[in-house]
Design a protein around this ligand. Structure first.
Ligand SMILES: NC(=O)C1=CN([C@@H]2O[C@H](COP(=O)(O)OP(=O)(O)OC[C@H]3O[C@@H](n4cnc5c(N)ncnc54)[C@H](O)[C@@H]3O)[C@@H](O)[C@H]2O)C=CC1
Ligand SMILES: O=C(CO)COP(=O)(O)O
Length: 428
């Protein structure tokens, strides 16, 4: 593969920055830094990792977290006991960390991304491309959007997504897992070497008319008129308002081969797909289902109840995807990929949302109280996603169509109890 990539590459190398350094952020940074070292034809060896600076106690001294990471090559707060590669550089300055980077990996709890993207505007190179590892959705008055969409539109770049059955601590310890990377190269990038990419999903206009979230694609969009040089289709199949700047030819192409090389490790197997919406939604919605699995497990109902939660949860995830993202979503992403059913299973078995929900029921306290007491600064995504998805459904009068998502929200709010779940989801 290296020979082919060199032959297609240019004189410059991609600089990679990971925005975020939590449990998963540090793990993905480790993977990437291992790969940039092994592929000097494609990437600069040093990888920048932006760290939200804080003070930590190390060897009886109060020190900055970035200093500890850069000196001892360990993120002692969010990924303790894992050696990080020496070519991974912790940087407390967001602006400096992303300067001249052509590949931006977004990996932080979803509640912080708005502020961080605001700070990034105008600070990145216009031809950068992104991958979002964030598991959550963005809900506004206009509707629900994915962080890959939101980052792409906000920063004027194209952004794909990485998601899978990926409990960070296992991957950091180099135990085998799979993941799904969704990237639908914009035509101006894939035209550099079409044979290295699958048929783009964006070549097929979205003919769906069942989305009450996003406007239908216009007649113009549905026509097969070729896109202008700087245009691409968004994850819903519409012509994106964002005008992209092509990746300069001096750089190796940013396509499926390059992203696979960036993420694939012997212990972290990557499958590349083009369904950015399906991959992003799978990662976000399974967190609500994992809370429900924790609730019934905490109640002592055992594996049959948990399997029932996963069945109903998967159905609601697929229904949500088709209802609000139309035909651009592939059911197979949920049923066949790591980002779908596999992530659902692992999250309902050992994820933080599952564990905290379970303990909350066992102790008779709130999930937030368990999060505060047990996670040492790590953040649950399921609780806020349950609230956000509920507010989106409620505004459209659709709560009853998604009985499990609604039950989880109502249990978090104290309006339902775990004992209500069987009857609430009985129709599904
Ligand atoms: N941890 C895991 O096993 C996995 C997590 N994910 C997803 O990855 C994303 C990131 O999660 P983690 O890396 O696990 O984060 P985490 O749960 O470890 O969160 C802590 C991170 O948030 C940062 N932070 C705290 N306050 C902040 C502020 N005010 N502004 C900006 N950053 C602040 C901390 O510095 C730290 O880096 C989430 O969307 C999560 O769902 C995905 C797969 C696995
Ligand atoms: O996304 C995850 C596993 O794929 C991790 O889930 P938690 O955030 O619930 O730990």
């Amino acid at each position: 593969m290296a020979g082919l990539l060199s032959a297609n590459g240019g004189s410059k190398k991609h600089k990679v920055t990971v925005v975020g350094s939590g449990n998963w952020g540090s793990t993905i940074s480790k993977i990437i830094a291992e790969n940039t070292k092994e592929h000097p034809d494609l990437f600069e060896e040093d990888v920048q990792m932006w760290v939200y600076e804080e003070e930590v106690t190390y060897e009886d001294k109060t020190q900055k977290l970035t200093t500890v990471i850069n000196t001892h090559h360990e993120n002692i707060k969010y990924l303790p006991n894992i050696k990080l590669p020496t070519n991974l550089i912790a940087n407390p300055s967001l602006e400096d960390a992303v300067s001249e980077s052509t590949i931006l990996i977004f990996n932080l709890p979803h509640q912080f991304i708005h502020r961080i993207c605001g700070q990034l505007k105008g600070k990145i190179v216009p031809y950068a491309r992104g991958i979002s590892c964030i598991k959550g959705v963005n809900v506004t008055d206009e509707g629900v959007s994915l962080f890959s969409e939101w980052i792409g539109e906000g920063l004027g770049i194209y952004c794909g997504a990485l998601s899978g059955a990926n409990i960070a601590s296992e991957i950091a310890a180099e135990k085998w897992s799979e993941t799904t990377v969704a990237y639908d190269p914009p035509p101006m990038d894939s035209s550099r070497n079409p044979s290295r990419n699958p048929t783009p999903r964006s070549a097929t206009p979205n003919r769906s008319n069942n989305s009450n979230n996003s406007p239908r694609a216009s007649a113009d969009e549905l026509s097969i008129t070729p896109l202008a040089d700087t245009q691409h289709r968004d994850v819903r199949g519409r012509i994106s308002k964002t005008r992209l700047t092509p990746v300069p030819p001096e750089y190796p192409p940013l396509d499926h081969d390059t992203f696979k090389t960036l993420f694939h490790r012997p212990y972290f197997h990557v499958r590349m797909v083009s369904d950015v919406a399906g991959v992003s939604l799978g990662g976000a919605l399974k967190n609500i289902v994992a809370l429900a699995a924790g609730f019934v497990d905490g109640r002592g109902w055992g594996d049959n109840a948990k399997a029932a939660i996963m069945r109903v949860g998967l159905l609601e995830m697929v229904k949500f995807g088709h209802e609000f993202f139309g035909e651009t979503i592939s059911t197979g992403t949920f049923t066949e990929e790591s980002a779908g059913v596999a992530d659902l299973i692992t999250s309902c078995s050992g994820g933080r949302n599952f564990r905290c929900a379970k303990k909350a029921v066992e102790k008779g306290i709130s999930v937030q109280e368990v999060e505060q007491a047990e996670l040492n600064g790590q953040k649950l995504q399921g609780t806020s996603t349950a609230v956000e998805v509920n507010s989106f459904l409620k505004r459209r009068g659709l709560e009853q169509e998604y009985p499990l998502f609604t039950a989880v929200y109502n249990i978090l709010e104290g309006r339902n109890s775990v004992d209500d779940i069987p009857n609430l989801v009985a129709r599904t």
